[in-house]
Design a binder for this molecule. Structure first.
Ligand SMILES: [Zn+2]
Length: 451
């Protein structure tokens, strides 16, 4: 056999074995674009809205943002036009403090059944998305439901915000969020952080089960004596340090629940990413926030809720009196403005969950403004800053080419009228439209119903 015959035989063999490789590879067909005509765009929350723009979305991402309204046909066959030419387009809201699987006033049967709890959490997730909340950081449940819900939403099995989940709450035995289950609860093993070894173990167990974040409680709750301004931390310094170091070793940021001044400082000096509630921060804490590049998530929403139900929450063996609880709630409601004036970087979260309306996040933005935070900064806290806290500042929280297509639209300029965020008329997450103007009773747009 001559060498040319061998070569020909080889080529024939190759063509049979790999028929596609014998021809020039065909470029994949680009999926159809969604072309949004937005009358006003808050592309960089914190900065003023810009006028008419065309925002093009393909395969879940923003591919271009161009001035003026350009015809959908410019972007290939099958492009779909979404007319928001009289609306304000902004990034989807990010709520950094939520408990999707903690239901305060549910019947005992719901709390005793993981299946019922999971369905309630999934139903609430859907409502949150409809309200314009496209990303949620869940800071604790002891059932593991939120980890499963996170994955189900990511797979597209059920609709809901993108979830970043902490899973089980870490504290000392008997500490806030780590109390043993009571009769009727779903059985769970609380994360007892009692000395260095067990604190490391608790963090590592959580990570093994799928926690994206570590949530630790360093003070008592707002209603307990351990949550007073002058209360000592409920963890020892070496325990807090062990939690932070084990989390850091695994690349997980830490969210620390802390009301008392000493608890806030202990957590900040150990390098936590966020302080939750942070009711009694002082000047020294404000300096630590800036030095450590940490954010405060004040949760004025839950403070206002407690303020409206003092009779329900006051008292108990370790509880505060009604008067003391009112003073705590007032401090919490004033928290965002006080923090902003102190120059503390702000994220935004509600401490909400299925017991509340899904517009709680919009309520929280309103409470920021009422306490003295400029509206544009409040919206920035709920978008750009939330993305920065999550380490997703290059893909979430702004409207820029290459960013994930999480977009919402409202009727009026939210930077001058935050109340408009209670009536979100358009919701897109990961490039999929979940709510569009004109859809039947404001529900899901007909484009896709599988997510
Ligand atoms: Zn909470």
């Amino acid at each position: 056999m001559t060498s040319s015959v061998v070569r020909t035989a080889l080529l024939i063999l190759l063509a049979v074995a790999f028929p596609a490789s014998a021809q020039a590879p065909k470029p994949p067909e680009p999926s159809p674009a969604i072309v949004i005509h937005a009358g006003h765009v808050l592309a960089n929350p914190g900065e003023p809205a810009v006028g008419a723009h065309t925002v093009v979305v393909r395969d879940g991402r923003i591919v271009s943002v161009e001035a003026g309204f350009r015809p959908a046909g410019t972007y290939g066959s099958g492009a779909r036009l979404v007319d928001l030419s009289d609306k304000y387009l902004l990034p989807g809201l990010i709520d950094l403090h939520m408990h999707l699987a903690i239901i305060m006033d549910s019947d005992a049967a719901t709390n005793a059944s993981e299946a019922r709890l999971a369905l309630a959490a999934a139903g609430y997730a859907r409502r949150l998305l409809d309200a314009g909340v496209t990303t949620v950081r869940d800071v604790g449940d002891n059932s593991g439901v939120t980890l499963a819900l996170r994955d189900a939403i990511a797979r597209g099995d059920v609709a809901g915000p993108r979830i970043v989940a902490a899973g089980r709450i870490i504290s000392r035995t008997g500490g806030h969020g780590a109390k043993a289950p009571v009769a009727g609860d779903i059985p769970y093993r609380p994360a007892g952080c009692d000395g260095v070894e067990s604190c490391r173990r608790a963090v590592r167990e959580n990570i093994e089960r799928g926690s994206d974040w570590i949530k630790v409680t360093v003070s008592g709750s707002g209603r307990e004596a351990g949550g007073r301004a002058d209360a000592a931390p409920i963890l020892f310094e070496d325990e807090m340090q062990a939690v932070a170091a084990a989390a850091q070793q695994a690349g997980r940021p830490v969210a620390a629940h802390a009301h008392s001044t000493a608890a806030i400082k202990l957590a900040l000096t150990q390098g936590v990413r966020t302080i939750e509630h942070g009711t009694y921060f002082d000047d020294e804490s404000a300096r630590l926030f800036r030095e450590q590049d940490a954010y405060l998530v004040p949760t004025a929403f839950i403070a206002r809720f407690v303020r409206s139900k003092l009779d329900m929450f006051a008292g108990g063996s370790d509880g505060k009196s009604g008067e003391e609880l009112r003073a705590w709630a007032d401090a919490g409601i004033a928290g965002p403005g006080r923090a902003w004036r102190a120059g503390i970087p702000l994220g935004l979260g509600t401490d909400g969950g299925p017991s509340f309306e899904p517009t709680a996040t919009a309520d929280e933005i309103g409470l920021y403004v009422a306490s003295g935070v400029p509206a544009a900064e409040a919206i920035r806290a709920a978008t750009r800053n939330g993305a920065a806290v999550l380490g997703m500042q290059d893909s979430l929280g702004r409207i820029l080419p290459g960013y994930l297509a999480d977009l919402i639209a409202v009727d009026r300029d939210p930077a001058t009228d935050v109340a408009t965020l209670h009536e979100v008329g358009f919701v897109m997450k990961d490039g999929v439209i979940h709510r569009a103007p004109g859809a039947a009773d404001g529900g899901t747009a007909p484009t896709r119903t599988d997510q």
